[in-house]
Design a protein around this ligand. Sequence first.
Ligand code: PMM
Length: 265
Amino acid sequence: MGVVNPTPDSFSDGGRWTEPGAAARRGYQIWDDGADIVDVGGESTRPGARPVGVREELDRVIPVVEALAAQGVVVSIDTSKPDVARAAIDAGAEIVNDVTGLADPAMIELCAATDVGVVIMHMQGEPRTMQHHPVYDDVVADVAAFLSERTNRAVRGGVDRSRIVVDPGIGFGKAFEHNLALLASIDRLGNGRPVLVGTSRKRFLGTILERAGRPHTPDDRDIATAATVALAIAAGAGAVRVHNVGGAVDAARTADAIVRTQDRA
Ligand code: PMM
């Protein structure tokens, strides 16, 4: 899954694709680079980010979704607002990626009625404050239980279980150690559903690189991201969400080839 954020303030690519034509071109480029899905998001969820209104989010994403879907690109819409998700589905989006894990019952209804693919992500708290002091009893067990509970709730609401993918929400209300623990336990998170992992350019990678005295702007984190992609795929992740698709595709294919070779041996 490649990422395009037509926002002014996303932590990695914010401000680069605010013009819809530029965002759509970026989406095609990601598709060309080998993404199977292009994820379009109009509201930054970076720590401390302020919410945006429905109208503004629609203005940012709908032209981009329309343009990409018209070219045959498989688009997911990264939103927690049912009104935005509905308009995006009408514009051709096939997947709803909800960082609140379908917290709004209207989102469950919409996903059930439209038969889209669904990403249920875990977040502790809300973006404005989520990094202040995240606390868990046992982060892996707590996140796995949340994902299982939200999956079951969606299924009870009419969403086909086979259409659901779960995501531990790396960096969403998680301290450095929480992120590492989750990435080391991907096999325990899915409860039978495929796991999507989004590590791309995130702060915890900056922390690792800083500790080693390495540069650490978000764009400098692509090789570190590729390491997480390979490890995630080797650990059984079903999908990864990244900004630099070309590099991640190479890393994912390599890991996949090695793991499959072992399966055959
Ligand atoms: N991370 C971001 C945004 N949306 N969605 C899912 N499912 N998983 C993630 O890890 C995730 C997400 C962070 O912001 P970005 O769009 O700038 O990468």
